[in-house]
Design a protein. Structure first.
Length: 159
């Protein structure tokens, strides 16, 4: 419930509170944080992936509504990030971290700011993440879900 409160409720309330004033002034911007996982269902991390899908959808919708009103609205959707997040959620040994690696926070921040300045609505830092995002939007879930389930499945130390 805390995850949903942070990723959905707090983000929605902040947008609702500040966006109308930005539009009235004709300046300002919002840069929301989602995840590459928000572009697909995520077995074993279902609530997290679903909450990030909400962030992407809300951001793209608000960006369209504010189009032409001099307010930039973007969402950054990175893949795995070099933080303690994965360990704290019990996925520190997840196969996807070893298979695809993680990006450092500074690279993601630079990419996010650059994409926001270029007025990109969805920003996927890194070449691998950009291709992954495209693939996740094209490949049907019936094909991608078994692969994602295998990648996200919690593993014991001996796996």
């Amino acid at each position: 419930m805390q995850l949903l409160e942070l990723n959905i409720t707090a983000l929605t309330e902040l947008c609702h509170e500040y966006l109308p004033d930005m539009i009235r002034r004709g300046q300002g911007g919002i840069l929301n944080i989602a995840s590459l996982g928000g572009m697909t269902p995520g077995p074993y991390q279902a609530a997290y992936y679903a909450s990030k899908a909400y962030v992407i959808s809300l951001t793209e919708s608000l960006a369209q509504e504010a189009s032409g009103k001099s307010v930039r609205i973007s969402v950054v959707a990175p893949g795995p990030v070099s933080t303690k997040f994965h360990e704290k959620m019990g996925a520190g040994r997840a196969f996807y971290l070893r298979a695809f690696g993680v990006m450092d926070t500074q690279s993601i921040a630079r990419s996010a700011i650059r994409g926001w300045r270029w007025n990109r609505r969805v920003i996927t830092p890194g070449l691998f993440n950009t291709f992954s995002a495209l693939a996740l939007r094209i490949i049907p879930h019936t094909l991608s879900m078994p692969i994602l389930a295998w990648l996200l499945k919690p593993r014991r130390n001996s796996d």
